[in-house]
Ligand binder design. Structure first.
Ligand SMILES: Nc1ncnc2c1ncn2[C@@H]1O[C@H](COP(=O)(O)OP(=O)(O)OP(=O)(O)O)[C@@H](O)[C@H]1O
Ligand SMILES: [Mg+2]
Length: 371
């Protein structure tokens, strides 16, 4: 583990925390000359780091992830099957009615990418709508989609298919999760490029769900298991911040893009402590004020000048800034939270006892963290 560069020199977040062994050692060796004192303290701090890694290291973070963070595999499989049954039903109907305005349904979001959290509350699916009579006004699109879905799923009671603000929910009685169906207006472009309804503000964003899934798959195969695991850990960190402060925003897709950039630049995600530090250090250093762009589908130079404070460009569409709705204040809060998380991990790595180490990790992952 390379010790991360200090994120905050001028403030000690944990000054109220129990006195650290580290500061005691400096005092103890105060009879030595400045340089020797520092060298001795450093040697001891290195030793403490090793010791702390015995308290909580990569393996404990992995166990915590498996117990509390990740959607268990049996559940993920069951939800994917549920989505598959719904898709089969719709595909059958489409097969029998070739002129039907709904063209395709596909799993989108975290369940498709293998990055779902245990707290997953609905299954995201995208439905492609085409045809000359399809409306282009948001409210009408949702009504139109709900009406078509009711037709294709006659076994569902009408109230089980409900338009929401920017999507249509299909509720299952009894078991299973609700399926959140997001409309995509589709004009026949290759790779299922179409206008996706933004779940943030209802605007139409040209993009491609299957190419997003492929984008994630590439990073997952660059670092099998670890890329998806680190995405889930950072999403868990962000979810617990959202619970503490309803104004805190950090969209999962943005988290994924930041981690994809670090992955592409060669960051090693196989040690989760180090991977988290890499992420927090990057966010704390840049405050997300540095443009993030990928060259999977276009040249970085194709992106024009933008005035948005946060610029994370959709890897599929150079005109779509995924972070378009994030204000400077949203970005500062993310930066501050990353700074605090990074400092807490630094403190955890210096902490002399297991309980103190756990205390610092709880600053990152909340009170459910145990090792
Ligand atoms: N601003 C956007 N521009 C283009 N596509 C987007 C945008 N926001 C979301 N998407 C698409 O929707 C998918 C789901 O995004 P979202 O941020 O909900 O992440 P998620 O992986 O489903 O995470 P969560 O577990 O939080 O639901 C993305 O993978 C992407 O394909
Ligand atoms: Mg989702």
């Amino acid at each position: 583990m390379v010790p991360p560069k200090s994120r905050s020199r001028d403030r000690n977040l944990y000054s109220e925390a129990p006195l650290l062994q580290h500061s005691k050692t400096v005092f103890f060796y105060s009879h030595l000359s400045g340089g020797a004192q520092k060298a001795k303290a450093n040697a001891i701090s290195q030793k403490e780091k090793t010791l702390s890694r015995e308290h909580i290291d990569h393996r404990q973070i992995l166990s915590f992830a498996e117990a509390r963070v990740n959607l268990p595999k049996d559940k993920a499989d069951a939800y994917r099957q549920q989505a598959g049954r719904l898709a089969d039903k719709l595909e059958n109907y489409i097969g029998e009615h070739p002129d039907f305005a709904l063209r395709r349904i596909m799993l989108s979001g975290s369940l498709a990418k293998g990055t779902s959290l245990r707290s997953l509350s609905d299954i995201d699916m995208a439905v492609y709508i085409s045809g000359s009579d399809a409306p282009h006004d948001l409210r009408q699109v949702l009504e139109y989609l709900a009406e078509r879905l009711r037709k294709a799923f006659p076994n569902f009671a009408p109230e089980q298919v409900k338009p929401q603000t920017y999507s249509v929910t299909v509720s299952f009685r009894g078991s299973g999760l609700d399926v959140d169906v997001v409309p995509v207006l589709y004009a026949g472009k290759p790779n299922w490029r179409g206008d996706l309804i933004s779940q943030e503000d209802g605007s139409f964003l040209e993009t491609s769900i299957p190419l997003h899934i492929e984008f994630a798959r590439k990073r997952k195969s660059a670092q099998p298991r670890h890329f998806a695991q680190v995405v889930r850990l950072v999403k868990f960190w962000s979810a617990q911040l959202k619970r503490q402060d309803p104004d805190f925003r950090f969209k999962s897709f943005m988290v994924e893009m930041v981690l994809a950039k670090l992955c592409d630049e060669g960051a090693n995600f196989s040690d989760y402590v180090e991977a988290l530090q890499t992420f927090f250090t990057y966010v704390a250093r840049t405050g997300l004020r540095e443009r993030i762009v990928f060259e999977d589908h276009y040249k970085a130079s194709a992106v024009g000048a933008l005035s948005d404070p946060v610029q994370i460009i959709d890897p599929i569409n150079e005109k779509n800034n995924v972070a378009r709705l994030y204000t400077a204040d949203n970005a500062s809060r993310i930066q501050q939270a990353a700074l605090e998380a990074g400092d807490a991990i630094d403190a955890a790595l210096r902490a002399p006892t297991k309980s103190l180490t756990e205390y610092y990790w709880q600053q990152v992952f909340g009170p459910t963290f145990t090792a």
